[in-house]
Design a protein around this ligand. Sequence first.
Ligand code: FDA
Length: 309
Amino acid sequence: MLRRVLLSLSRSDRVRHLVETAPVSRGVVARFVAGTGPREAVAASRRLVDSGRLVSLDRLGEDTVERSQADETRDAYLTLLKLLAEDGLTGGAEISVKLSAVGQALPGDGEKLALDNAFAICEAARDAGTTVTLDMEDHSTTDSTLGILADLRRDFPGTGAVVQAYLRRTEADCRDLATEGSRVRLCKGAYKEPASVAFQGKAEVDLSYVRCLKTLMAGPGYPMVATHDPRLVAITAELVRRNQREQGSYEYQMLYGIRPNEQRRLAASGERMRVYVPYGDEWYGYLVRRMAERPANLVFFLRSLATKG
Ligand code: FDA
């Protein structure tokens, strides 16, 4: 119930304005967001890479309503890639891109614009020696995003896909995507979705996650296991043994600021452990989705509102 209310709030402009202008301490946002500009994001990446972790950087922003915003997002990624290359970080840091931020939802030729912008980002990433993963958003965008992924993979085969275990379709998508070299990030899914397309209960979502994970782990692709769930991390280790997978033929992924000790533990045990690092001004939707996942995050946020406000 709380999750559904919060996910509705993540789309509310009024609440967004209230929260963004509330005297929230920078520390609250800073726990989950690496900073507002690319230099802060690169500095956070440097710290993570130096600690043995890998990074995927996401410039926050998903409500692109004008072409100029889409182009601005593309240019911001190009700048970010340049800074990462200058800092020698592209071996350990890749990029995550939301297609909605580069124009996918614009009326008319939005999909074409998103493809063109994503193409430019993938090209710059390849030249810098790294890769791009296309984040997955609400279910109305899944077909479009997988279509754009297929187009991009013709020129940039390393482009990563994201699939969401809460969607009923995802098991079939995993079968399609479990091909040689295919980088696939499996997550539970973070949007408010109707029962017609998505499992609603945690147990059902977790079971779907395990089915998808089994498919990806048994295939010839490169699974990216994106979860903080200790049970799913343990199941992954078991599937690694069962499928005789080498360390480095898959990776774990977690969000910036969430279970950092577990991130360090996995990295220290020789696993590839990638941290998803969001940065930018438009942190509201991202932060509210994190609160919807875990009431403790909400309590932390409200407490600091109460003490600083
Ligand atoms: P869940 O939220 O069910 O938590 C399971 C367990 O993990 C908890 O019971 C607890 O034990 C532990 N845990 C979780 N949070 C914790 C915390 N703060 N502190 C301590 N323990 C904690 N979604 C999407 O729709 N599209 C996308 O493109 C992406 N991309 C993405 C990338 C990466 C790298 C990650 C890790 C996640 C995403 N997501 C995403 C978000 C994802 O769909 C999901 O909403 C969150 O990862 C939360 O789900 P969990 O798998 O962690 O399980």
